[in-house]
Write a protein that binds this ligand. Structure first.
Ligand SMILES: NC(=O)c1ccc[n+]([C@@H]2O[C@H](COP(=O)([O-])OP(=O)(O)OC[C@H]3O[C@@H](n4cnc5c(N)ncnc54)[C@H](OP(=O)(O)O)[C@@H]3O)[C@@H](O)[C@H]2O)c1
Length: 198
């Protein structure tokens, strides 16, 4: 599959390595790269947005996904408030839903926002495959994203329609809070563990 990653940082680099190893064709674009953001977005079958939330508007204005193209939204709408790190949107909408409004012809799926980039780079060595929820409105698009998550070694879990990004974006803050404030570090992941024998 042709995967175009927008963002050359920690998440973009981790996903690029993992999907390359799984045999996918990858192009990555940043602010001043060749190929450029519009070129990579045009080339890709699946576009992955791995930029700061504050850059999303600029990036979206540069891409014109053909009708039905899949867009995976890895961003977290994080901002600092009086009580520390929080979300810029939530409860009645989400970053992913706002993105879908900006790209009405695309199929936005929220995923790969819930653990650190180190886990995305290497899902090996855990007692259970790290869970990765995905939220999106089109079942066949979610099947594609599910396969891409499996290729990275995740345990994909369907969270429902795109509005469930309202759950997945604050969920990311649970990981961040544990990693930083609770000093757990970055080398851990969530697992979804059914009880054996049920
Ligand atoms: N880091 C994590 O562990 C993690 C985990 C889950 C989700 N996320 C989310 O994933 C997103 C990316 O995080 P990250 O840690 O990978 O960030 P990062 O390391 O800071 O990288 C961000 C990338 O976005 C690029 N960028 C910024 N503005 C751009 C623009 N207008 N056009 C094109 N590229 C632009 C930057 O390019 P330049 O080099 O030119 O600045 C850089 O390559 C964020 O929304 C974050 O909340 C991060």
């Amino acid at each position: 599959m042709r995967i175009g990653i927008i963002g050359t940082g920690r998440v973009g680099t981790s996903l690029s390595k993992g999907w390359s190893a799984a045999g996918h064709e990858i192009q990555v674009a940043g602010r001043s790269t060749t190929p450029s953001v519009p070129e990579v977005a045009d080339w890709a079958e699946v576009i992955v947005l791995a930029v700061p939330y504050s850059a999303l508007h600029t990036v979206v204005s540069q891409i014109d996904p053909a009708a039905g193209k899949t867009v995976i939204d890895c961003t977290n709408p994080i901002q600092m408030g009086p009580d520390g790190m929080g979300l810029a949107v939530g409860h009645v909408t989400s970053g992913a839903e706002e993105l879908q409004h900006s790209l009405p012809d695309a199929h936005v799926v929220k995923s790969l926002n819930q653990v650190g980039a180190e886990v995305m780079a290497d899902t090996g060595g855990f007692a259970h495959s790290p869970v990765q929820f995905l939220a999106g409105d089109d079942p066949s698009v979610k099947q594609t994203v599910t396969r891409l998550l499996l290729d990275l070694g995740f345990d994909p879990q369907d969270a429902g329609g795109l509005a469930k990004a309202r759950l997945l974006e604050p969920f990311a803050l649970v990981w961040i809070n544990q990693a930083i404030a609770q000093k757990k570090g970055r080398d851990w992941a969530f697992g979804a563990m059914p009880r054996i024998g049920t």
